[in-house]
Design a protein around this ligand. Sequence first.
Ligand code: URA
Length: 248
Amino acid sequence: MSSSEFYETARALENYLRFCKEIGIEELPAGFAAGGTEIADTERNGTVLLSDRRKSRDSSAVKTLSEIREELGDCTRCRLCETRKSIVFGEGNPKARLVFVGEGPGRDEDIQGRPFVGRAGQLLTKIIRAMKLERKDVYICNVVKCRPPGNRNPQPDEVASCEPFLMKQIESINPEVIVSLGSVATGLMLKLKNFKMGQLRGTFHQYGDSKLMITYHPAALLRNPSLKKPVWEDMKLVMKELGIPVSG
Ligand code: URA
């Protein structure tokens, strides 16, 4: 290793450790490699195990993500179409073992047409990396595909218009684990109206064939950093479920 490669690796390690500290991880994950690339490839974390799982269902009846996107079209099913710049469908591995579901696009997502790219999204990306995965290994989407004006919560009729598309995305991907980020996604996935996130997180729920982990939305972590620790506890359970080595 040349001295510049050594310093680059040391800097990457320093950044990673800083982030671990920031989100409240006090021990290094087992199998930790600088840059987190040791098991962060789609072959090991994504497609291999999944293909066994997918073999057992009749996939001819299930639409592909491209077909679902085509069906969504230039959607005018609810009033959010009047103010949106982009439809933010979702992105990532169509065979992901892990799907993250957020609430709806914010300003940055509306401009870029991609989910979770603003401040909350950057924190989600760090969380995914701390799980020894990359964004391309997982699938990231939202309950509603268009930005609610002023980032207000999506209204029940807006959620209802978009719900069939989220359900089809999940059916198409058939993930082992879904992580529901925040109360809008959680209310929809569990069909609950009045609940406390703190009472639902920290344990798996069942969602069809997938395990569902409820956790706080990254935007809530930005407002209240003390939530980083419980989120990391939830993500460690997800890692264990996916067979990703974790310690601490
Ligand atoms: N918040 C969300 O719920 N989704 C995004 O895509 C961005 C921020």
